[in-house]
Structures are given as C-alpha cells and as structure tokens.
Design a protein around this ligand. Structure first.
Ligand code: ADP
Ligand code: MG
Length: 267
C-alpha cells in the first residue's frame, strides 16, 4: 500500500460569516491538522457544535477552508473546480445522519442507487449493479422496485449505504450514521458498516458523539472541542490514557455532559 496519506488536513480553519447570534462570525474549526492513512478507520468525536460536520464537508470538498488545506492522496482538493473533482467524487462517498431526509422518499430504490452511477458516468449494467449493492447491505433484490418511503429508518440507512458504495469508493465518510435511528437497529447498521469496511478495504472517517461506538469501530481518533483538536492518537491509547481533561469528561460522562449543556444528542 502506498505511503501517501488518504487525507492530509493541514492547519485548517473554517469561519462562517453568515449565522451565529447577532450575525457575528462563527469559527467552526481552528487550526486543525491530522492525517488519515489508507485503510484506516478514523473516528471524529466531540459534542454537538464542536465542528464535526464542518470537518466532514471540508473532507468532501463541499466547502473550502478559510485557511489551511485539505489534500486527498497528495493533491489539494480544497478550492478545486467541480469538474476537476470528478475522480475525487467517485472515490470519496458520504453516508449522512438521517436517511429520512438524505434519500428522496418518492424515488424508487433502483433509481436512488442508479443515480450516482449515471451522474459519474460509470458504465455498468444498472440492474445487476443495483442487485449487487442491495445484497451487500443485506436487502432483497425486490426492494429495488419499491419507494424509499416504504422502508423503515434502518432499512433506509442500508439503502443510503448501498448508494454510497455504488461508485466503488475508496473512502466512506459517515457523519453520525446511526444517531437518527432507533436504538434497536443501531448495532445492526454499525456491524454492517464494520463488515463493509473490512470486505471492501475501505478507508473510513466515522463522525460520532458516541465514544463507545468509536472505540468499537475505529483505529484512531480525533477529539474536537469547540472547533479545536484537543487530542488525537490510536483509539486504544486515547481511551486507556486520555491526556486531556475534555477527553476524560467525554469518556466518563458523555450523556450527562450533553444534558447539562442542553444539547441534543442527535447532531
Ligand atoms: P457538529 O457537527 O459537531 O455538531 P458543526 O460542524 O455542525 O458541529 O457546527 C460547528 C459550529 O459551526 C456550530 O457553532 C455551528 O452553529 C456553526 N456552523 C455550522 N455550519 C454553519 C453554516 N453553514 N453557517 C454558519 N455557522 C455554521
Ligand atoms: Mg454534525
């Protein structure tokens, strides 16, 4: 495997001008640096508002950093024109938090899975590819003819994962992929993801506010607090011997922390 990191995030700061109380600028990320090696699963943890989704959007080149750079396999992707990102779009796919809003409920599953293949001009037998993708997320082939609204949240997240796998990506970015789901189906979806990462040798960036899940799934972890990177390292090391108080707090009392600060656990 090559030595070139899959992602190199170098001194990234992201400031939003628009929102925020009284319209002042919001510094969503401040001077963030880390790398993701090929085949690695990186967890990004932090409470709601710590900048996790902002970081996901920067890794996906959906937004550009205010300063600093994001490289994918050695090439700067931040600020590139969309037509120069076609290979990148194929190789880096996302699974969003809420499949109820990320999948158009009025579309047939076949079209939901075929759409990215068409958009990226991937030359395959659509019917065959859709069956393959459904099988990889343990859904019956007959699901292809039905509409997204006919499925439960857990099933829709399976469909969303299948859609992300369609272009045979190298990287999957999952932004809180089970937070919107029923507690009863979360483990199934996490196990499915673990199996897919292994079987397809995917590099994964897994965003979560749930430390236990990250420990289960990820080789290494980045801990964000109010837009700063407070700690990073191999998951076991960070969990066994957190160097920062905030990480310790997150580990010991994540639910209490959220409740105290009046934050919702969902984002
Ligand atoms: P998380 O995913 O960890 O909950 P976010 O990345 O969504 O955190 O948000 C980090 C901070 O940036 C928050 O203060 C949020 O309000 C702000 N923010 C995120 N997106 C925008 C935006 N498009 N415009 C203005 N502020 C934003
Ligand atoms: Mg978020």
């Amino acid at each position: 495997m090559s030595d070139i990191p899959t992602f190199e995030v170098d001194s990234v700061t992201k400031v939003y001008q628009s929102r925020g109380r009284r319209g002042q600028a919001v510094e969503a990320l401040r001077d963030i640096s880390f790398t993701v090696a090929p085949g690695q699963s990186l967890g990004v943890v932090g409470e709601s508002g710590s900048g996790k989704s902002t970081l996901s959007r920067l890794l996906l080149a959906l937004e550009r950093p205010t300063s600093g750079s994001v490289r994918y396999r050695g090439e700067v992707i931040s600020g590139r024109r969309e037509r120069d990102l076609r290979d990148f779009r194929r190789h880096v796919q996302i699974v969003f938090q809420d499949p109820m809003s990320s999948l158009d409920p009025r579309m047939r599953v076949h079209d939901l899975l075929a759409e990215p293949l068409r958009a990226l001009h991937i030359d395959v037998d659509e019917g065959e590819r859709v069956r393959e993708l459904l099988a990889s997320v343990e859904m019956p082939a007959a699901a292809a003819r039905r509409y997204a609204y006919q499925f439960s949240g857990g099933q829709r997240q399976r469909i969303a994962i299948a859609r992300a796998l369609g272009p045979s990506p190298e990287v999957l970015i999952a932004d809180e992929p089970v937070s919107a789901l029923d507690v009863s189906v979360r483990a199934q979806i996490l196990n499915l993801l673990t199996g897919l990462v292994r079987d397809f040798n995917l590099t994964m960036v897994f965003v979560s506010h749930d430390m236990a899940v990250v420990r289960h799934l990820c080789d290494s972890v980045v801990v964000l607090y109010r837009g700063r990177l407070v700690e990073t390292g191999a998951t076991e090391e960070v969990f066994e011997q957190p160097r920062e108080d905030y990480t310790r707090e997150l580990l010991a009392a994540a639910p209490r922390l959220r409740a105290q600060r009046g934050l919702t656990p969902s984002n």
